[in-house]
Design a protein around this ligand. Structure first.
Ligand code: NAD
Length: 315
C-alpha cells in the first residue's frame, strides 16, 4: 500500500475550506488544516480531526516560521486563508499583512520545500469592473481595493516562484460563491441573505434601481470540486476562472428566492441610480485544463440553501 500524501490547507476551517477538506479526504489525501480560527469553525475542524486523517494547526499565516514548520512533510498546498474584502478597506494594514505577506510566506515555504502544487484562492475581483462579458483570464486586470490588489499580487508572486524555483501553481479566480456555512456578512453574496431574511418574515425583497446588476453565482460544492481538480491537474502555472458562465441579475435572484421559499410576494423596486456592474465567467479554460464544469444550477443551489437553513434553524 502506498502511503497517503498530505495537502496543507490554509484557511481550511473557513466556509470554502470545510467543503474542500472532506472532498480531499474522499480522494485519499491526508489533510493538515492551518487556520488561526478568526473566522474558522474550530469545532467542525476538530470533528474532522477526530474522525479522519486530518491535523489542525492553530497558527497565523503572518508568521513565516509557523507556516514553514507546519508545512513540513506536505506534498501539496491549498491556500485559502485571507482577510475579507470588507475588512480590506476598513483596515488596509491588516489586509496587506494577511493577504500579501501571509500569501508570500505560504508560497516561499512551498517553493523552498519542493511542494508539488500550490492551489491559490484568487478572486474574480482582480478584473475590477469588466469591460465586457464573459470575463476571460487574459482580460486586463484592474483590482480596485487592497483585497483585490492582494489577490493579484498573490498570482504574480506565484509566477515569480515558478520562474525562480520551478513551483507549480494554479490560481483559481472564484466568482460569487454561495452555499451552506457561509457567513451572513459575505460581501458580494450578502444580497441573498438580505432577501431571504425579508421573505422569511413575509416581506417582499427590496431592489435598488432596476435590479440589473448581476453576479455569477457558483455553489461552494462546485468550488470545492474545482479546488480538488486543481490539486491533481496535470497542467498548471496559470489563472483559471471558476464560475458557471451565467450572469444572474439581482431581479432574477429575487424571483429565484421567492420561488425557492414559496412566498406569495413580488419584489419592490426602489427607483435609484445604481452603478450597474455585471459578472459572468468565461469558463472555457476551466473545462479544458481541469475538466471542470459546474454541476449545481443557481435555482437548485438556492432552494437547497433555503432547505438547509430551515433545517439548521429547526435543530
Ligand atoms: N466566498 C467567496 O465568495 C470568495 C470569492 C472569491 C475568493 N474567495 C477566497 O476564497 C478563500 C476562502 O474564502 P471563504 O469564503 O472560505 O472565507 P472564510 O473567511 O470563511 O475563510 C477564511 C479562513 O481563513 C482563516 N484565516 C484568516 N486569516 C488568517 C490568518 N492570518 N492566518 C491563518 N488563517 C487565517 C479564517 O479563520 C477562515 O477560517 C479566501 O482566500 C477568499 O478571499 C472567496
Amino acid at each position: 500500500m502506498t502511503e497517503k500524501k498530505t495537502v496543507f490547507v490554509t484557511g481550511g476551517a473557513g466556509f470554502i475550506g470545510l467543503h474542500v477538506v472532506p472532498m480531499l479526504l474522499e480522494r485519499d489525501w491526508k489533510v493538515r488544516i492551518f487556520d488561526n480560527m478568526v473566522r474558522g469553525d474550530r469545532d467542525k475542524a476538530n470533528e474532522l480531526a477526530n474522525e479522519f486523517d486530518v491535523d489542525v494547526v492553530d497558527q497565523d499565516v503572518r508568521s513565516g516560521a509557523a507556516v514553514a514548520a507546519a508545512m513540513k512533510g506536505s506534498s501539496r498546498v491549498v491556500h485559502l486563508a485571507a482577510d475579507s474584502i470588507n475588512k480590506s478597506v476598513a483596515d488596509t494594514y491588516s489586509s496587506i499583512d494577511i493577504n500579501m505577506v501571509g500569501s508570500h510566506n505560504v508560497f516561499a515555504s512551498a517553493a523552498e520545500q519542493g511542494i508539488e502544487r500550490v492551489v491559490y484562492a484568487s478572486s474574480a475581483s482582480v478584473y475590477g469592473d469588466p469591460q465586457k462579458l464573459p470575463m476571460n483570464e487574459d482580460d486586463e486586470l484592474n483590482p480596485l481595493t487592497p483585497y483585490c490588489i492582494g489577490k493579484r499580487t498573490g498570482e504574480d508572486l506565484l509566477g515569480y516562484y515558478q520562474r525562480k524555483s520551478g513551483l507549480s501553481w494554479i490560481a483559481l479566480r472564484f466568482f460569487n460563491v454561495y452555499g451552506p456555512g457561509q457567513k451572513t456578512t459575505a460581501y458580494y453574496t450578502s444580497v441573498i441573505n438580505h432577501f431571504v431574511n425579508r421573505l422569511r418574515t413575509g416581506q417582499p425583497p427590496v431592489i435598488d434601481g432596476k435590479g440589473e446588476q448581476s453576479m455569477d453565482f457558483i455553489h461552494v460544492h462546485d468550488i470545492a470540486r474545482a479546488v480538488t481538480l486543481a490539486v491533481e491537474a496535470e497542467q498548471a502555472n496559470m489563472a483559471i476562472n471558476v464560475g458557471t458562465g451565467i450572469s444572474t441579475s439581482v431581479a432574477q435572484l429575487a424571483h429565484i428566492l421567492i420561488d425557492a421559499i414559496g412566498a406569495d410576494v413580488e419584489p419592490i423596486f426602489n427607483p435609484r441610480d445604481v452603478l450597474v456592474s455585471r459578472r459572468a465567467a468565461d469558463i472555457t479554460r476551466a473545462k479544458e485544463v481541469l475538466g471542470f464544469e459546474y454541476s449545481i444550477p443557481v435555482e437548485q443551489g438556492m432552494s437547497d440553501l433555503i432547505r438547509y437553513e430551515a433545517a439548521v434553524a429547526a435543530a
